[in-house]
Write a protein that binds this ligand. Structure first.
Ligand code: SF4
Length: 74
């Protein structure tokens, strides 16, 4: 049993800013998906364990700054 709180992170995408470059999905396809129009979306509300680094790299690579990573306290 663990004590205290665990901070997880979630991805918030702003599809109105997404320009469909697809860099996020190339860097971290486990987190970032592209729809039929090439716009970003994510399946998971909370970034699965082990994918945080990739998710951050994908967010940092977005030229449109359409991806934000926010802490979620559970
Ligand atoms: S890198 Fe940014 S602009 Fe490109 S698909 Fe991903 S969210 Fe959209």
């Amino acid at each position: 049993m663990s004590s205290g709180t665990t901070t997880q992170f979630r991805v918030v995408t702003d599809r109105s800013r997404c320009c469909g470059y697809g860099l996020c999905a190339v860097i971290c396809p486990e987190v970032y998906k592209l729809d039929a129009e090439g716009m970003v979306y994510t399946d998971a509300e909370v970034i699965p364990a082990g994918l945080e680094e990739g998710a951050r790299e994908g967010a940092a690579a977005c030229p449109a700054e359409a991806i934000m990573i926010e802490p979620v306290t559970v």
